[in-house]
Design a binder for this molecule. Structure first.
Ligand SMILES: [Zn+2]
Length: 140
């Protein structure tokens, strides 16, 4: 009988439930140092539930969230004037092909804008957490 992925997750969580974090891990919400706390617990500072088990890492600060979405913002800004010209009929108002192309470009632009808007708050939060971690490491 094969185990479902849910059962495997539960078993893996069970194996780690009594262990404490021996390495360095930080709360993904406030940057609190979770060293010597249980793998699956809540942050004592902000109450964020986390799971620091390997292959799970839920609610834990992850460094790759600190990237600035420059390419998404650039793509949005590059698409915007083309979409504006095509949709407002700046080139030829009776051309339906342009309208369809404009709508397609609009969808692409919104996709990039959506990605940028989702990443920006993560970037600023991750940056403030990284700053806190750096400050606390300096004090030690
Ligand atoms: Zn926290």
């Amino acid at each position: 009988m094969a185990l479902s992925s849910y059962e495997l997750e539960r078993i893996a969580d069970d194996m780690y439930k009594d262990r404490v974090i021996t390495g360095w891990a930080y709360c993904g919400n406030c940057g609190y140092n979770l060293h010597s706390l249980p793998y699956i617990y809540t942050c004592p500072e902000c109450g964020n539930q986390y799971n620091a088990r390997p292959l799970k890492m839920k609610g834990i600060f992850v460094l790759h969230d600190t990237y600035f979405p420059a390419s998404d913002i650039a793509a949005t800004l590059l698409c915007a004037p083309v979409v504006y010209l095509l949709i407002t009929g700046g080139v030829n108002p009776t051309e339906y092909g342009q309208l369809i192309l404009g709508a397609a470009m609009g969808v692409i632009m919104l996709t990039f804008a959506h990605k940028a808007c989702r990443q920006l708050p993560r970037f600023f939060k991750a940056r403030s957490i990284a700053r806190r971690i750096a400050l606390e490491e300096k004090e030690e």
